[in-house]
Design a protein around this ligand. Structure first.
Ligand SMILES: Cc1cc2nc3c(=O)[nH]c(=O)nc-3n(C[C@H](O)[C@H](O)[C@H](O)COP(=O)(O)OP(=O)(O)OC[C@H]3O[C@@H](n4cnc5c(N)ncnc54)[C@H](O)[C@@H]3O)c2cc1C
Length: 438
């Protein structure tokens, strides 16, 4: 697929790859092997599940087509934020208010779990508390304040309001009208965290295999056999955690999942180091920041005092021309005072969006021993960790929480595989226009 080639090119100039120490490679699966649970995908979803499954006593093998952290988990904005990618009203409409409250609480549990894993496994990944949501116009400011009031009243989650007069205390930018601050959310270096989870999983006894694409899955009454180029793995239960890559590496493996997600490109640039004082002057709390536009900008400062600036999207999967310069221009719309600052890195990746931006978890219709996690819709940094925990609960016999999220319904993208990209591009034009109008 052309977008997969684009995706490979997008990994070449990443700040994360340049600043995270990768341990020894894990050997490909070779010959015939057996395990209790086979996990497909060495990103945060697969690794989190593998760790928890192992802790429950399962014998676990994880198969990764390329390298641990190759996908979105090793390239993202590093922002771990409350809630889901969709708004809570999507969940309320489908599951009712009581269950929506449970889902919100799980999203907060995901933040606690992330902190616990960092501390339990002593993962040095530059964690920093704090998230700022900022509105770019008065209209959007009113919507954001209304949203925060409701989240506080209905979900009991406190958020600090930032009035227009207070904005300069929080950010050195004239782009923003008002905002909210959440000290429970935060940010980290995602590739260091992903490698840390993989090391913890390996120490615990999970068998990790890189360079091992799963090309076939044959299910039977007692489990499944996973076919890879150099070996077969027999498992009693299987987790598919392959994100947007799964359908392209092995289109026939779980074809029912493909139409419900769609790869959308998003891009990040990282500046040269600014020094502590200059970086802190930009965002004094050093929180992660997102604006509230539909096509949002997300940015933060790094532990070595750079600005890491994400934004733009490609619904067509085409990489924007001259990525470093185009991202530098985006960064300057927020921080024009960085005009003379060099961009050292620029990269990108694809997120697995669903039509309603709610996550898509479940089991294959014809093979309930095969679980899947997908559709994090650009909001998976913390949620993948919780998703892994829910899979481990379900495989151990307590499926209540996994099945709650599994009840969320998802429509296929219109237009089928060939036509859904152009259809989405057209659909998104309206939202871009709305962002520009203010
Ligand atoms: C540029 C970018 C910025 C983002 N920013 C944020 C952010 O700031 N905050 C946030 O919450 N989320 C963000 N996200 C989303 C977040 O990164 C993802 O939701 C999350 O990492 C998904 O993890 P995963 O394990 O499901 O997928 P991945 O990390 O993509 O891992 C899937 C793995 O499965 C492997 N695989 C697939 N098929 C097979 C197969 N057949 N056999 C073997 N292996 C296979 C792939 O090679 C891949 O390594 C961002 C994503 C991108 C791309």
């Amino acid at each position: 697929m052309p977008w997969l080639d684009t995706d490979r090119a997008l990994t070449r100039n990443s700040y994360y790859a340049a600043t995270a120490a990768r341990g020894a490679a894990h050997p490909p699966l070779s010959g015939s092997a057996t395990c209790d649970v086979a996990v497909v995908g060495g990103g945060l979803a697969g690794l989190s599940a593998a760790l928890d499954l192992k802790a429950r006593g399962f014998d676990v093998a994880l198969l990764e087509a390329r390298e641990i952290g190759f996908g979105a988990s090793g390239r993202n904005g590093g922002q771990a934020i409350h809630g889901l990618a969709c708004d809570q009203d999507v969940i309320e409409a489908q599951l009712g208010l009581d269950e929506a409250r449970r889902v919100w609480a799980m999203s907060i549990e995901a933040l606690d779990l992330l902190r616990a894993r960092i501390s339990d496994h002593r993962i040095a990944c530059d964690w920093r508390d704090g998230y700022l949501g900022l509105a770019t116009s008065a209209r959007k400011g009113r919507a954001l304040a209304g949203w925060a009031d409701r989240i506080e009243a209905v979900y009991g989650y406190p958020l600090t309001r930032i009035t227009p007069a207070e904005v300069p205390d929080w950010i050195a930018s004239e782009r923003f009208h008002s905002g909210v601050h959440d000290p429970q959310s935060g940010h980290l270096h995602p590739l260091k965290y992903t490698y840390g989870l993989a090391e913890a999983a390996q120490r615990a006894g999970v068998r990790l295999h890189e360079g091992t694409p799963v090309l076939g899955l044959q299910t039977h009454r007692d489990g499944a056999v996973l076919r890879t180029p150099q070996g077969d793995l027999q498992a009693r239960q299987v987790l598919l955690a392959g994100n947007v890559y799964l359908q392209d590496i092995a289109p026939g493996l779980a074809p029912e999942l493909g139409p419900r997600i769609m790869p959308v490109g998003t891009y990040i640039a990282c500046s040269e180091p600014l020094g502590e004082a200059r970086a802190t002057a930009l965002v004094p709390s050093r929180s992660a920041v997102c604006d509230t536009d539909f096509v949002l900008d997300y940015f933060r400062t790094t532990a070595d005092h750079r600005v890491l600036y994400g934004g733009r999207v490609s619904y067509s999967t085409m990489t924007p021309a001259d990525l470093p310069e185009s991202m530098r221009q985006r960064m300057l719309t927020t921080f024009p005072q960085l005009a003379g600052v060099k961009v050292d890195y620029a990269w990108g990746g694809f997120v697995d969006i669903t039509m309603n931006r709610a996550p898509d978890f479940g089991r294959l219709a014809a093979a309930p021993q095969v679980y899947y996690l997908q559709g994090f819709s650009g909001h998976g940094l913390a949620l993948t960790g919780l998703a892994g925990r829910l899979v481990s609960e379900a495989m151990a016999g307590d499926a209540g929480r996994f099945d709650l999220l599994g009840r969320l319904k998802h429509r296929p993208f219109p237009g089928g595989r060939a036509l859904r990209t152009p259809a989405l591009v057209l659909g998104m034009a309206w939202y871009r226009l709305r962002d520009l109008i203010g």
